[in-house]
Design a protein around this ligand. Structure first.
Ligand code: HEC
Length: 143
C-alpha cells in the first residue's frame, strides 16, 4: 500500500516536471534545421499548411478565404540569402504573387484553375531553385 502511494507521488512529480518543461518550449514550433530555421523556410511551411486549407475550399468550389500574407516571400530572409537575392528568384516570386492576386480576385467558377496555376508556380520555382520540397508541394494538387 505504501509503495503504491509512493509510486503515485513520484509519478505526479514527474508529470508536473514534464508539464513545466513543455511550458518553457514553444509548443507549435518544431525547428527541423538544428541551426535554426530561416524566416523564409518558416514562411514556406506556413504557405504549405495554408495551401492545404485553400485546397479544401477550392474543392468545395469556393475562392479561398484564407490567403496568407504571401507577399513576404520578397523580404523573408532565406537560409542561403544569395539564392533569394538572385534575379531568378525575384522573377519566380513575382509571377507567384501574380497567381495569388488572380486567385484572390477571381470568380468562383475559375477557382479550380486559378488555384492550380498557383500550385504550378510553387512547383516551377522549386524545380529551378530548391527541388527538395516538391514531393510535399505535389500534395496540394486537387487530384
Ligand atoms: C520564388 C521561389 C519560390 C516559390 C514561388 C515558392 N517557394 Fe518554397 N522555397 C523556396 C526556397 C528558396 C526555399 C528554401 C528556404 C530556406 O531554406 O530558406 C523554399 C522552401 C520551401 C519549403 C521547405 C521549408 C522547410 O521546412 O525548410 C516548403 C514546404 C515550401 N518551400 C513550399 C512552398 C509552397 C507550398 C509554395 C507555393 C504556395 C512555395 N514553396 C513557393 C522558393 C520558393
Amino acid at each position: 500500500m505504501r509503495i503504491t502511494l509512493i509510486s503515485i507521488l513520484v509519478f505526479c512529480f514527474v508529470m508536473l516536471l514534464s508539464c513545466a518543461d513543455t511550458n518553457n518550449n514553444k509548443p507549435f514550433v518544431h525547428p527541423i534545421n538544428p541551426n535554426g530555421d530561416s524566416e523564409l523556410a518558416l514562411l514556406m511551411r506556413d504557405m504549405f499548411e495554408e495551401g492545404m486549407n485553400m485546397r479544401e475550399e477550392v474543392k468545395q468550389g469556393k475562392i479561398p478565404t484564407s490567403i496568407l500574407e504571401f507577399e513576404k516571400i520578397h523580404s523573408a530572409k532565406a537560409t542561403e540569402p544569395e539564392k533569394a537575392a538572385s534575379d531568378e528568384y525575384k522573377e519566380y516570386s513575382a509571377s507567384f504573387l501574380q497567381t495569388i492576386a488572380a486567385l484572390k480576385t477571381g470568380d468562383e467558377e475559375d477557382a479550380t484553375h486559378l488555384y492550380t496555376a498557383m500550385v504550378n508556380s510553387c512547383m516551377s520555382c522549386h524545380q529551378a531553385m530548391c527541388p527538395g520540397p516538391m514531393v510535399r508541394i505535389k500534395k496540394m494538387y486537387l487530384e
